[in-house]
Design a binder for this molecule. Structure first.
Ligand code: KIV
Length: 258
């Protein structure tokens, strides 16, 4: 494993919880850079910032533009980039597109949604020196929302997916909306860190969409804890500014130009 930042994340398993958030822009990344173990440029940018109906509409060019901006704000951090829908349908496309992302953004690796079905693609990317984070459970690019792992068949499939990703060389994997028992079993079974979102505390680390946890997205799944209400802060500031302009309180009578 060449990338020291990735090695550091792997070594955290069993020592302390790994912390991550998504970011899509330079100013947010500058803050996350000081606190997070890694940053994900999620394709959630499509739904959160572009008002798209699903992440399927996100393009490679959008991910590259946002990732560049994120990396500029977080040069020292491990920054991973979601590969958009239909950009990794076979190993050759996956490599060409992942390589384009890494070359154009200087980010450290990519995240792909899927388990056993995409394990050959993962293994090809890893052999070509592209670090890969897996993503199993609920897959926003592939299905409508559901909680994964509720019955024996699903549990078996999820465990199989996790083991296949590990075998293919993924250095970590996101567990999205997986039942606590299954998240626990996967985390105990694989040697690489599991990063949970809506999958209980039984994971090696946690990730959330930044706009959800700061109260900006207006969409809050049950598992999200809102740490602030930025929507309200922005609204109050805009209201005050509009009222000041209308009432002649802004700009002030004297300005600093001489
Ligand atoms: O796109 C995204 O933000 C993600 C996280 C939910 C893990 O994949």
């Amino acid at each position: 494993m060449k990338n020291k930042k990735i090695k550091k994340i792997i070594l955290l398993k069993g020592k302390r919880k790994i912390v991550s958030l998504t970011s899509y822009t330079f100013p947010i990344s500058k803050i996350l850079n000081r606190y997070c173990d890694f940053i994900l440029v999620g394709d959630s940018v499509g739904t959160v910032h572009y008002g798209m109906k699903s992440t399927r509409e996100v393009t490679l060019d959008m991910m590259i533009a946002h990732s560049r901006s994120v990396k500029l704000g977080a040069k020292k951090n491990l920054v991973l980039v979601d590969m958009p829908y239909k950009t990794y349908q076979n190993k050759f496309d996956a490599y060409a597109n992942a390589n384009k992302i890494i070359k154009n953004t200087k980010c450290d690796g990519v995240k792909l949604e899927g388990g056993k079905k995409i394990s050959k693609i993962v293994s090809y990317l890893v052999k070509k020196n592209i670090p890969v984070m897996g993503h199993i459970g609920y897959l926003p690019q592939k299905s409508k929302f559901f909680i994964a792992g509720k019955n024996k068949t699903e549990k078996k499939k999820l465990l199989n997916d996790a083991k296949s990703l590990e075998k293919a060389g993924a250095f970590s994997m996101v567990l999205e909306c997986i039942t606590p028992q299954v998240a626990k079993e996967i985390t105990r079974t694989v040697k690489i860190p599991t990063i949970g979102i809506g999958s209980s505390k039984n994971c090696d680390g946690q990730i959330l969409v930044i706009d959800d946890m700061i109260g900006l997205s207006g969409f809050y799944p049950r598992f999200v804890k809102k740490y602030s209400n930025i929507q309200k802060i922005i609204e109050n500031s805009v209201k005050k500014y509009c009222s000041d302009v209308k009432n002649g309180k802004f700009p002030r009578a004297k300005n600093s130009y001489k």
